[in-house]
Design a binder for this molecule. Structure first.
Ligand SMILES: [Fe+2]
Length: 226
């Protein structure tokens, strides 16, 4: 059964990464979409698999494959859509937030690149619900290092398959080209989505606190203080 479909991306306005590189990468993404559909079809059979076991069992393989494939789809969609087109220099609210946290955009780029050279899979600039602040997270694989409830704003793939055709092993150069192609319109859009989502959540949470008259000291985050 087909639960999800691969999204289409326009690679024409990406500079410095060839269409061949991008199309090969896209085929890998299609593979993850296809595996999600396959795994969800099996899981929807609604039966219990025998002999659950933490060393090897069918259920264990399905669970691990599911996280890897689902994260693989989401990360690639975030990556392809924040690449190329739009405004390639940061501006607006996201630039203010970056400057507040990292001082300058130049320093942010160095930090982002440094993490990109340190990880095997992904770099994710997120805003985290824990402190409402920016964090650059590094992932060694789609499902290794992923942080729950942090909202991804900018995603960079640093697996070799993302750049090997064009750049060989020169990841340094690839990251520079990636940074020059960041679509900051999309990053800003994601940041606005996060703020709107948080506003709704804050409103709902505050009224829930009022309803149950919870001690403000113990109310999660700062939402109930006023
Ligand atoms: Fe990839």
């Amino acid at each position: 059964m087909e639960y999800i479909q691969a999204k289409k991306y326009d690679f024409e306005d990406i500079n410095g990464i060839t269409l061949n590189q991008l199309n090969q990468h896209y085929k890998l993404y299609e593979g993850y979409v296809s595996k999600v559909n396959e795994i969800w079809t099996i899981l929807d059979e609604n039966k219990l698999y025998e002999n659950p076991n933490t060393t090897y069992s069918k259920t264990r393989s399905l669970m691990l494959g599911q996280s890897y494939a689902v994260d693989g789809v989401k990360l690639h969609e975030l990556y392809f859509s924040n690449l190329g087109g739009g405004n390639n220099m940061p501006y607006g609210d996201i630039l203010n937030k970056i400057q507040k946290k990292y001082g300058t955009y130049e320093f942010f780029k160095k930090r982002f690149k440094n993490i990109g050279l340190s990880m095997r899979g992904w770099v994710v600039l997120s805003i985290d619900s824990l402190d409402d602040s920016l964090h650059i997270y590094g992932l060694d694989a789609h499902d290794v290092g992923t942080v729950l409830m942090s909202y991804p704003l900018l995603v960079m793939d640093v697996y070799e398959h993302a750049y090997m055709i064009d750049f060989g092993i020169d990841r340094n150069k690839y990251i520079d080209v990636f940074i020059d192609n960041i679509n900051w319109d999309i990053v800003n859009e994601r940041f606005i989505n996060y703020k709107n989502m948080n506003k709704d959540f804050s409103r709902k949470y505050r009224s829930a606190c009022d309803e149950i008259n919870i001690d403000k000291m113990y109310c999660w985050a700062d939402y109930c203080k006023d």
